[in-house]
Design a protein around this ligand. Structure first.
Ligand SMILES: Nc1ncnc2c1ncn2[C@@H]1O[C@H](COP(=O)(O)OP(=O)(O)OP(=O)(O)O)[C@@H](O)[C@H]1O
Ligand SMILES: [Mg+2]
Length: 343
């Protein structure tokens, strides 16, 4: 995809990249660790990024690089007891979420920050009817709301996310509806309280192309209506082009490059980002195919190389790459951690 295609597709331009918006979420030096039988690993290692209010930040990277772990840390939903926030800050509107107690987080989660999970079937409760699962969100955050009002609001949401025949769907169970409809139900649940931030973790990976396009369109529409901020997680650079204003590229637990979307596509600096961009699925490749153009494997978190984590796959690697490169400014609003990012 060339940059003109990208601009046409996403409505972005360099001018838009440069508009500065207030920062609603700032992640600083976040370290998420897991205690496993083979020892402690850092699934997110010194992760930092900023999210502009009302905009969409994409987090992109291959499977296992720490995208879901980072979003679960923001939601404070890391699997317990193995997963912990070891250090760092998650500043939401000035409050550090990483150090909130469970009660305070309870008020934020689902209300001010909500998440669409990677696998809707595991996130929905199979034994509860769809209407009840949406209604529960209202009951949780607005206990004074009457039953009639909860039902009315639930219906309104089902209509809003494009679920046909909401009266009928209200009383159905998750297994009775299609994958696309389940994802719409998940979106309805996550939007119930008009959150400030929506984290969408690969919300369309399991869906076929047409349904995927519809869901992405729906998310954009709802974002405009509510004015919410989105963190969009994907391994698909094509989806990044379509959905995002800014991008953070992750590799083996680290953010290795951040930039506005147009800048990143026009002027990628990290060899890993360049690799991802050259592997954008073309029309003739099946959409669900995983990125596999970059040769070699992501290193195991149990056996990381000294220095740059991409060195074993990198066409530009030199001796210096055995010491860790810092994130440095390589352009306006553009940072990369590579000794050769200037080239
Ligand atoms: N419950 C867990 N216990 C131990 N390690 C875990 C656990 N969950 C995740 N990890 C570690 O964290 C790493 C990052 O996982 P994560 O789910 O964030 O990847 P991802 O980028 O979301 O990948 P995908 O694109 O496949 O969803 C994994 O490779 C794994 O090593
Ligand atoms: Mg994931």
């Amino acid at each position: 995809m060339n940059s003109r295609d990208l601009e046409e597709k996403s409505g972005h331009s360099e001018v838009r990249d440069k508009v500065s918006e207030p920062i609603i979420l700032k992640v600083e030096n976040l370290v998420v660790a897991f205690d496993t039988e083979e020892g402690r690993i850092r699934a997110a290692d010194n992760v930092g990024f900023e999210v502009k209010k009302g905009k969409t930040l994409g987090i992109v990277g291959e499977s296992g690089c720490g995208k879901s772990v980072t979003s679960l840390a923001i939601m404070r939903l890391l699997p317990k007891p193995a997963g912990v926030i070891e250090s760092g800050k998650i500043l939401f509107d000035g409050t550090d979420i990483a150090s909130l107690d469970a009660g305070e987080m309870y008020r934020i989660r689902g209300n001010r920050i909500s998440m669409i999970f990677q696998e809707p079937m595991t996130a929905l409760n199979p034994v509860h009817r769809i209407g009840k699962q949406i209604g529960e969100v209202f009951q949780l955050h607005y206990p004074a709301m009457s039953q009639a009002e909860v039902r009315e609001k639930t219906m309104e949401l089902l209509r809003k996310v494009g679920i046909p025949d909401p009266e009928k769907r209200f009383g159905e169970y998750p297994h009775q509806i299609s994958g696309g409809m389940r994802q719409r139900v998940m979106i309805a649940i996550s939007l119930a309280c008009k959150p400030d931030i929506l984290i969408a973790d690969e919300p369309t990976t399991a869906l076929d192309v047409t349904i995927q396009a519809q869901i992405l369109e729906l998310m954009k529409q709802l974002q405009e209506e509510i004015g919410m901020t989105i963190i969009f997680i994907t391994h698909d650079m094509g989806v990044i082009a379509e959905m995002c204003d800014d991008v953070a590229v992750m590799y083996a637990g680290k953010i290795i490059e951040t930039a506005g979307v147009t800048e990143l596509f026009q002027n990628p600096r990290h060899p890993y980002t360049k690799g991802l961009l050259s592997s954008i699925p073309r029309l003739e490749t099946p959409r669900k195919a995983r990125l596999n153009v970059i040769k070699g494997m992501v290193p195991s978190l149990y056996d990381l190389p000294e220095g740059c984590r991409f060195q074993n796959r990198c066409p530009s690697a030199q001796d210096i790459c055995r010491t860790e490169p810092e994130m440095t400014s390589v352009g306006e609003n553009h940072f990369a951690s590579c000794y050769f990012s200037g080239q």
